[in-house]
Write a protein that binds this ligand. Sequence first.
Ligand SMILES: *Cc1c(COP(=O)(O)O)cnc(C)c1O
Length: 366
Amino acid sequence: MPRPILCTIHPGALRHNLERARRGAAPASVWAVVKANAYGHGIERVFDAFRAADGFALLDLAEAERVRALGWRGPILLLEGVFDARDLELCSRLGLWHTVHCDEQIDWLAAHKTQAPHRVFLKMNSGMNRLGFAPVRMRAAWTRLTALPQVDEVSLMMHFSDADGPRGIDAAMAAFDEATADLPGERCIANSAALLRHAARTRADWVRPGIVLYGSAPDFPENDAAHWQLQPGMTLATRLIGVQSLQPGDTVGYGSGFVAEQPMRIGIAAVGYADGYPRHAPTGTPVLVEGVRTRVVGRVSMDMVTVDLTPVPDAGFGSEVVLWGRSALHGTLLPIDEVARASGTVGYELMCAVAPRVPVMVDALE
Ligand SMILES: *Cc1c(COP(=O)(O)O)cnc(C)c1O
């Protein structure tokens, strides 16, 4: 028998979340962002659920090839554009649309030999200071691009740094509006947080939701997934492979990270940081045993996590343990955002970090 750990992908939830994003962004067209192997879910596993999107957005050329290999003939956008002049050949061959965020990428396009002109997304730096042209340089870049025979259509793109927080989108939106006021072209704006919180103000032709599609709230803990009507796209579950009874003063795990104050039972779950469960998850991190909410106690180790069985007296060897997602037996939910928060990170990181040794199944019933 393999270890009982299993990651389950829920296509019904993914479909629901895409529909939720589409409603929130209407009438904008929707990119399903599937970078980082669909936020750890697996491009091939989410593809069917996301076919209803208007296009797939990602960064890696190999991932673009995988989406084409699945039979997708619609738009694919490279969110960071090409990394090398030679990548443009693959763009021509596979019909990839690509972001242009720096002069080097325009130089490469100008030297590129192609029969089929490219659609490009000219990216402005709206204050995030990662990728993109400064607002004052947008017009020159646009003029240069539109003059190239290698380019057929130029769209305008930006990315918010603070759509999930108190700074909001006002300054970035104003900078973008001003820099692009009289430039024609479709506007590609809005990650998940902007789409949920500020859709009406972005006037986007295209939106780029990522995390919402997978069922995590981009602005947790201000709002949670239930507030935004999102469903978990992934469940990480395992079973108890041992039980111990503790007396007051007994300790648990490496470094005796937990000390029992009263008699209690603990369960040993077959999951650890080598599976992608966060090692930083402290005592108190929520977990479901037999669908009942309880907590991690003691230090997370490579292959095991210890959980408090006090609220689940009937639990024992073989009981279901849900690290995040949905209990198969009881339907109870444990939002990934709560586990991430307790561990000092975000749902994005946990999804992306499920380790290769964890078997993954697509829930065929959905
Ligand atoms: C990852 C990414 C997104 C999606 O962001 P979420 O917060 O997951 O919705 C959108 N746009 C760009 C440029 C990205 O890199």
